[in-house]
Design a protein around this ligand. Structure first.
Ligand SMILES: Cc1cc2nc3c(=O)[nH]c(=O)nc-3n(C[C@H](O)[C@H](O)[C@H](O)COP(=O)(O)OP(=O)(O)OC[C@H]3O[C@@H](n4cnc5c(N)ncnc54)[C@H](O)[C@@H]3O)c2cc1C
Length: 427
């Protein structure tokens, strides 16, 4: 039986930590960090690997009651280290603001998301960490440090993979609130997907392709586009969704990403072109419902966008092997950013995501084959999902700088764990 207090969201990992503690104040959190030999922050537990684990203490910051403060003049919001996107989006919208982008679900904490380089989709939008303009970090000696955009170490601290300390406050950039319509197309022939990939990416503010790699069509294309924020919700000039998309046809009803695997659309955000607020269209899944499928595992690799078509062909070459274990794969584009350990640092990337059946040993046996197929394209892994690691490009240009920073900020390795030792500090 899974000890739910100690398990991650997917239930595939029981944390080996000595305890999960919920400090009631920042001072208490500081005391716990100071007194602990090994410690880490825990977010909403949506990671699929041991990135958040520690042999010491896990700190759940949800008891800290830190306020959400909107600075309308600066167009920023400051929130606490336990805030989930879904906790703040309505308040932002009511104040006339939005976040530029969101991941597929609003259930995840901002701190945990940016720590692992979490992203949404859209060729013009970098990962969620790019919206962070300042953080407050509780470090190993119990002191609080502020890092702001422009500070020398700032770009190293934001996607910290939990290695530097506890993010107690984060400040995010805001944009004016906007509305979005979401249109789903069925059955895009693979030859058209390959030939028109760039045009398809350009057809939406956020674009997702769903496939199992084995069929001769991409099962679905989701286009999310901004619309006028008026009662009519009319399209912005030039942004009318096409009647068909390179052979794909408008879906005749709501779709779950894993529709082809028989999953119904009950937990998805509104589709069929119905306009709605950014926070209720950019994520695929609604807060208040189990996101995605629930009984699942996830993996994701990022390859340079220039290699998108070749990487798709490499995966289609083992499509039958992948499909046996797959609920659905999602293809997204993510713009480049400057965060040192971001999977999309220094160049636009295509994100190749896999939602697996919960058959971990079989999935883990398949991952080396997938990574070998992608190896010519220098794939990087999602820090929060399952990966093998040997054939991956973990040589981020700023990795040496990150290691130096981590050693300076956390000299005794209080925030280190087995995951970081294997993938960030090895070698
Ligand atoms: C159904 C589902 C859908 C998903 N969709 C997407 C998606 O669309 N795009 C995408 O990129 N990813 C996606 N993910 C992955 C998810 O975004 C990441 O796993 C993310 O890290 C989850 O955040 P969390 O709050 O659950 O972090 P946790 O899993 O709790 O922790 C992750 C890491 O963050 C660190 N951390 C957490 N809080 C803090 C803090 N306050 N200070 C310092 N470090 C901290 C932890 O120590 C750990 O190292 C999805 C996951 C699931 C389960």
């Amino acid at each position: 039986m899974i000890d739910s207090a100690r398990a991650n969201w997917a239930g595939n990992l029981t944390y080996g930590a000595a305890g999960v503690l919920t400090p009631r104040s920042l001072d208490e959190a500081r005391e716990l960090v100071t007194g602990a030999e090994r410690v880490k922050a825990l977010g909403s537990r949506h990671s699929f690997n041991d990135v958040a684990d520690t042999p010491g203490l896990l700190l759940d910051l949800s008891g800290l009651d830190l306020p959400v403060t909107i600075d309308a003049a600066a167009a920023t919001v400051t929130l606490g280290g336990a805030a989930r996107y879904g906790d703040v989006v309505r308040q932002l919208d009511e104040a006339g603001f939005a976040l530029e982008n969101l991941a597929s679900l609003p259930h995840i904490t901002v701190a945990g998301s940016v720590a692992t380089g979490t992203h949404g989709s859209g060729e013009r939008h970098p990962g969620l960490a790019a919206a962070v303009s300042a953080v407050e970090l509780l470090t190993a000696d119990g002191s609080l440090h502020s890092f702001c955009r422009g500070d020398i170490d700032f770009a190293g601290v934001v996607v910290g993979v939990g290695a530097l300390g506890v993010l107690t406050r984060l400040t995010l950039d805001l944009v004016p609130a906007f509305s979005v319509r979401q249109d789903v197309y069925d059955a895009l022939p693979w030859p058209a997907a390959l030939a028109h990939f760039d045009e398809i990416q350009a057809a939406g503010y956020s674009v997702s392709l769903f496939t199992n790699w084995a069929r001769d069509v991409v099962d679905q294309v989701w286009l999310k586009n901004r619309v006028l924020r008026s009662a009519s919700g009319g399209s912005l000039p030039g942004a009318e969704p096409p009647g068909s998309l390179f052979g794909a046809v408008p879906a005749d009803g709501p779709r779950h990403p894993a529709h082809a695997a028989g999953v119904a659309a009950g937990n998805t955000t509104e589709q069929r072109g119905v306009p709605g607020p950014w926070y209720d269209r950019l994520p695929h899944f609604r807060l208040g419902f189990t996101p995605s499928v629930g009984a699942e595992l996830q993996t994701e690799y990022f390859v340079p966008r220039a290699h998108a078509a070749a990487a798709f062909e490499a995966l289609r070459g083992i499509g039958d092997r992948i499909a046996e274990l797959l609920l659905v794969s999602e293809i997204r584009t993510v713009a480049s950013d400057d965060r040192w350990l971001s999977p999309t640092t220094a160049g636009d990337r295509v994100a190749l995501h896999f939602t697996w059946l919960p058959r971990q040993s079989e999935v883990e046996a398949l991952l080396p084959l997938i990574e070998a197929r992608l190896a010519p394209f220098a794939p990087r892994p999602h820090w929060g999902k399952l990966f093998h690691g040997e054939a991956l490009d973990l040589a981020y240009p700023r990795l040496p700088a990150f290691r130096t920073l981590a050693t300076r900020i956390d000299p005794t390795g209080k925030f280190r764990n087995a995951f970081l030792d294997r993938h960030v500090f090895a070698g």
